[in-house]
Design a protein around this ligand. Structure first.
Ligand SMILES: *[C@@H]1O[C@H](CO)[C@@H](O)[C@H](O)[C@H]1NC(C)=O
Ligand SMILES: *[C@@H]1O[C@H](CO)[C@@H](O)[C@H](O)[C@H]1NC(C)=O
Ligand SMILES: *[C@@H]1O[C@H](CO)[C@@H](O)[C@H](O)[C@H]1NC(C)=O
Ligand SMILES: *[C@@H]1O[C@H](CO)[C@@H](O)[C@H](O)[C@H]1NC(C)=O
Length: 355
């Protein structure tokens, strides 16, 4: 058992070395499941996945959760890219761990968003699987199921999403230790920062839940109403976390800086705020060393005033304009009977890319 879980002793030494050199990147490579094109990882088995020792143990105990872990990781990665598609940092990933490159360990608000959205994705995917009745360990919220009294003309019914199991699993799977991450004097450690932000992500699932209802009764009279609690679509969670990202709070890194009196007197950070240590670079120019891709070649919008405007996205470097031909079906007419006839319309559109 010991030899199997560790492989060769040299590997152990190597991973110990890696863990001590970069304590954050290696533990988080489960995120790789969100970018790999490999199908259901269950077949590969837990041993061959880039998981930490603890995650591998958990994976062995609950292999039926692997598809949900992968769903959650994919959901989170694609939501991150969707939320940041117009930003200079666009949440690009590589197919090799650590998937998010330098951003996973830079201690910036981008790091904070990644941890938040990944933890939330896991809760969302596991909970969905519970609600669909795919698991024996969890199901719908039993406290909000049929049988309640019909007060005010409605009662709980159907399947209310039960996020407790998914939340518990997300914590067990992602967090390093059951440390108390509330503000301690002298700031945070990197792992406390990540854990705090992961928890913000899990809270986001709870905060965005809503109640849906359905009417029953003669011709839609709504004499009886059945209601259930449901998680928001993950895009809503993404928007919620993006707002938290915009308003994230800088805290001090205990391991790096000497604590100043100022830091000690700061009020504790709210549980729903993302926290970060370091100011972000401007992400304008390519910087291989810091893993910044830069915005050269990115498509920008000349008429926009937002972050995708050519001025902001290209950092004032200017842009190139290309003319692209666009062919579309147009002037479609219904022809009796039964088909639709269209013309081919060509248009020339300008496309702008950053210099
Ligand atoms: C992000 O931008 C880079 C260019 O800076 C581009 O190569 C990459 O495909 C983009 N990634 C996503 C996910 O849009
Ligand atoms: C639940 O199981 C069914 C059948 O195996 C599958 O098609 C579906 O995708 C699963 N749902 C989730 C959320 O895992
Ligand atoms: C964490 O610490 C705070 C204050 O020190 C305390 O109020 C809270 O109950 C602790 N939480 C846990 C989970 O131990
Ligand atoms: C550019 O931005 C404007 C204003 O925000 C928007 O209406 C338009 O659809 C955008 N164009 C493209 C190609 O995204």
């Amino acid at each position: 058992m010991e030899t199997r879980s560790c492989g060769v002793r040299r590997m152990c030494t190597l991973s110990l070395l890696l863990v001590s050199v970069c304590p954050l990147c290696c533990r988080s490579s489960w995120m790789w499941l969100g970018v790999t094109s490999t199908g259901v990882p269950e077949k590969q088995g837990c041993a061959n996945l880039p998981l930490s020792h603890k995650q591998r143990e958990l994976c062995r105990k609950k292999p039926f959760l692997l598809p949900s872990i992968q769903d959650g990781a994919r959901l989170a990665v694609s939501e991150c890219q969707s939320q940041f598609r117009h930003e200079r940092w666009n949440c690009s990933t590589s197919e090799r761990p650590p998937v998010f490159g330098h951003e996973l360990t830079s201690g910036t608000k981008e790091t904070a968003f990644i941890y938040g959205v990944m933890a939330a994705g896991l809760v969302h995917a596991v909970t969905r699987s519970c609600s669909q009745g795919n698991m024996t360990e969890c199901g719908c919220d039993a406290q909000l199921q049929d049988g309640g009294l019909s007060t005010d003309g409605w009662h709980w019914g159907g399947c209310s999403d039960h996020i407790q199991y998914g939340t518990w699993f997300s914590r067990r799977f992602i967090d390093n230790a059951a440390k108390n991450t509330s503000m301690t004097r002298g700031g945070y450690t990197p792992s406390m920062m990540n854990q705090h932000n992961s928890e913000v992500g899990r809270q986001a699932i709870e905060q965005t839940m809503s109640t849906d209802c359905r009417c029953h009764g003669v011709s839609g009279s709504c004499a009886v109403k059945t209601c259930w609690k449901t998680m928001a679509p993950f895009e809503r969670v993404g928007v919620y976390l993006k707002e938290r990202y915009e308003n994230s709070v800088q805290v001090s890194d205990r391991s790096r800086r000497k604590t100043r009196r100022k830091d000690q007197q700061r009020p504790p950070v709210d549980k729903q705020q993302l926290i970060f240590f370091n100011k972000s670079p401007n992400y304008c120019l390519e910087d291989r060393r810091r893993g910044v891709a830069g915005t050269r070649g990115r498509r920008c919008n000349r008429t926009s005033t937002g972050s995708d405007s050519c001025n902001l996205l290209c950092c004032g470097r200017g842009y190139n304009t290309h003319v692209v031909r666009h062919v579309q079906r147009c002037e479609c007419k219904f022809v009796w009977c039964c088909y639709v006839r269209c013309k081919r319309c060509e248009s020339m559109n300008d496309m702008h890319t950053c210099k």
